[in-house]
Design a protein. Structure first.
Length: 226
């Protein structure tokens, strides 16, 4: 689980907060390389806790902040109660006239065992964006070639037609398992033209800001093309 910060109106997303060499959140936001940042991670959370400490403007662990939403990056524990969490947060936001952005980061094998697809799961409750992790999974990452990546992304895009779908990639060759990395030219020239005509194409998500910096800012190389 993580909270989200919106930097600008575009849609290049990345995760921030897991390494000490990535600079401040403000630095990442003002770099111009990212439009959406997920502040990661929280391992203990609930509706009231998230609202009071991160979303409602209270003075929480990050100070008096009012972040834009939450991202569900759930990789264990099952799929129960996330729909209740989403509904509860949206209800709290509606009392203040705000609209929260609720996103999720399913692993690339579809359906995701912790987020859905099924009645009452997070992905069927109505998340706004899905950052599909096309890495760390030999079943659908770059280890078997570009066609496998496109096929995995298309499967997710078709199963959630009302959700903005993001292609989640490692920002460097060491950010994920071996053979998960896709170089910028392959992404821009071969992969994006095969997915960016989908009605719910959201753009790209990168793991993460630290690895991006170590790779001479992969984000800056791809942003003009996404």
């Amino acid at each position: 689980m993580m909270v989200r910060a919106l930097c600008s109106a575009g849609r290049l997303a990345a995760y921030w907060g897991q390494n000490g060499d990535e600079g401040s959140l403000a630095d990442a936001c003002t770099s111009g390389n990212y439009d959406i940042l997920m502040v990661s991670f929280l391992s203990v959370f609930g509706t009231s806790y998230l609202w009071d400490n991160y979303l409602g403007g209270g003075n929480g662990p990050m100070g008096p902040v009012q972040l834009d939403g939450i991202d569900l990056a759930i990789e264990s524990g099952g799929s129960q109660y996330y729909s209740d969490l989403i509904t509860g947060l949206r209800n709290l936001a509606s009392t203040t006239g705000r609209t929260l952005s609720i996103t999720a980061a399913p692993q690339c094998v579809n359906p995701d065992v912790n987020l859905g697809h099924g009645d009452g799961t997070a992905l069927t409750t109505g998340v706004d964006m899905a950052f599909v992790q096309i890495y760390n999974s030999p079943g659908c990452d770059a280890s078997r070639g570009v066609d496998q990546i496109v096929s995995a992304w298309n499967g997710w895009a078709q199963s959630l037609p009302s959700t903005w779908m993001f292609l989640g990639l490692p920002a460097s060759s060491t950010a994920a398992s071996a053979n998960s990395y896709v170089d910028p030219d392959t992404l821009i020239i071969i992969i994006l033209p095969q997915i960016n005509t989908a009605a719910n194409y959201g753009v790209v998500m990168l793991w993460d800001v630290s690895n991006d910096g170590q790779n001479d800012h992969y984000s800056a190389k791809i942003k003009p093309s996404v």
